[in-house]
Design a protein around this ligand. Structure first.
Ligand SMILES: *Cc1c(COP(=O)(O)O)cnc(C)c1O
Length: 458
């Protein structure tokens, strides 16, 4: 029997093999990500300042760039066990369809009702809010996956959940909204008339379909003006990458179990949380000089924060109420064209991934959406899973890399993150199937508008 045959179609970990710690890649970074700054004083945000917005325990995690491992609280592990470990799947059928010598694996995070990896952090954030005795949390959601995940997590712990949903997505995905409401969340289309910042944005841009940046401003205002509420965020922040490291820890444990060493690890990048989580333990090995891997971040050509953005301090939100973060950014005023990967429309990128990218430790590519849907369709037809448009960015580049192997005859091992399912994205698939999908790539002039709004920080 060839060695390959011994590797099962799906690699699952036994319950006792499940990781019980999150890994904080910052601990192994020589160049730490730049600190969040107070937008007024331009001094690093203190724990005290942050605690008005975020839960105390999450503030600690956010500011800790030296502790390598955090024990996952038992209550969170118990919840994780309902849908984790997630399978690491060998894409035999895709390999065959591509006729490539490459070995392709994907880590599938769509096996829970919310349909994406977002639940990994939602449950952690809801847990810490509950533990602090809060009444509830507020948040924004773009594509709706984060809002859904948070609604599930809040209902599990009995917390109130207020979601500001980017208006175009609220209208395009009514069923997402209803899933959130079914789990008890209160969902408001953003920008809305219910907050000061929402009213201001509406006055300045009547008819706007909204952006993640606007929705964040509204959610933060709501949390900071209501006693017993804090704001939670589904991506970008260091704490979110920490929680999402469960993806990478499991992937590494599963690969180690069968002595598989990946050559290339690929993930889509919106705010960077799934990719950051997936690559963290592998990046740790690279940073410590133990192993080398290629890491590839894939972003939409319509919102190219890493490939065409600037590495600078910027506002995290449109209303400029949040701390400044140093990141690859298109400017907080950049509103991407209405492409169909709502989860990848954020103007900036995680400070951790931004620093790793700036240090040349990872690569980034951007892809156009029709090519992404072509890859999604190919994947669905041979592997059976209907992928989320966001996830399909990673599929596209995994296929590209596998086809390169076909040319060179190299038997590389490629691992990519399949972050979720696309059942709520059928409007987008419909457009693609009807041949009505277009690729809008911002011009340099479009981008200049966003860059002009960057704050001056020295
Ligand atoms: C939110 C989301 C993404 C992008 O967010 P990251 O923080 O970059 O991971 C990717 N895929 C799916 C399915 C999502 O819901």
């Amino acid at each position: 029997m060839s060695e390959e045959k011994k590797i099962p179609y799906k690699i699952y970990l036994e319950e006792h093999e499940m990781p019980t710690q999150w890994y904080n890649v910052r601990a192994d970074m020589k160049n730490k990500p730049a600190p969040l700054l107070n937008p007024g004083t331009l001094q690093p945000m203190t724990a005290e300042e942050l605690s008005g917005v975020f839960c105390d325990e999450l503030v600690k995690q956010e500011l800790d760039d030296t502790t390598a491992f955090f024990d996952i609280p038992q209550e969170i592990l118990d919840f994780y066990k309902m849908y984790r470990p997630s399978p690491l799947v060998r894409a035999y059928c895709l390999e065959k369809a591509l006729d490539t010598p490459a070995k392709i694996y994907y880590k599938f995070e769509g096996n829970n009702t919310s349909g994406s990896h977002k639940l990994n952090s939602a449950i952690a954030q809801a847990y810490y809010a509950k533990k602090q005795g809060l009444k509830g949390v507020t948040t924004e959601t773009g594509a709706g996956q984060w809002g859904t995940a948070l609604s599930m997590a809040c209902s599990y712990f009995g917390l109130d959940c207020k979601v500001y949903m980017v208006k175009c997505s609220y209208e395009q995905k009514p069923f997402r909204r209803e899933v959130m409401r079914t789990y008890g969340a209160n969902v408001t289309p953003s920008p809305s008339e219910t907050t000061n910042v929402g009213r201001k944005i509406l006055a300045a841009h009547p008819g706007t379909t909204g952006s993640l940046g606007c929705a964040i401003s509204e959610a933060v205002e709501d949390a900071t003006t209501h006693e017993g509420y804090r704001y939670v965020l589904g991506s970008v922040l260091a704490q979110v990458l920490l929680h999402q490291s469960i993806i990478g820890m499991e992937t590494k444990a599963a690969l180690d179990k069968y002595d598989i060493t990946p050559d290339i690890i690929i993930g889509c990048a919106g705010g960077g949380s799934n990719l950051g989580g997936l690559i963290s333990p592998f990046m740790g090995e690279k940073l410590r000089g133990e192993k080398d891997y290629r890491f590839i971040a894939v972003e939409p050509a319509s919102c190219p924060s890493m490939t065409r953005g600037k590495y600078a301090y910027d506002f995290c939100d449109t209303g400029m109420v949040c701390p400044l973060a140093k990141m690859y950014t298109l400017g907080s005023g950049f509103i991407p064209s209405a492409n169909h990967a709502g989860g990848l429309r954020y103007h900036g990128m995680s400070s951790i991934l931004s620093q790793l990218y700036d240090d040349g430790l990872m690569e980034a590519v951007s892809v156009e959406q029709t090519a992404v849907f072509e890859a999604a369709t190919k994947f669905a037809r041979v592997e059976g899973i209907l992928p989320a448009p966001e996830s399909s960015h990673a599929i596209k580049v995994a296929i590209d890399e596998a086809l390169k192997c076909k040319e060179t005859g190299e038997e590389k091992t490629i691992v990519f993150g399949l972050t979720g399912t696309g059942y709520f994205d059928m409007v987008a698939y419909e457009k693609y199937n009807n041949g009505e999908m277009s690729d809008y790539i911002p011009t340099d002039e479009d981008l200049a508008v966003g860059f002009a709004g960057l704050p001056k920080v020295d």
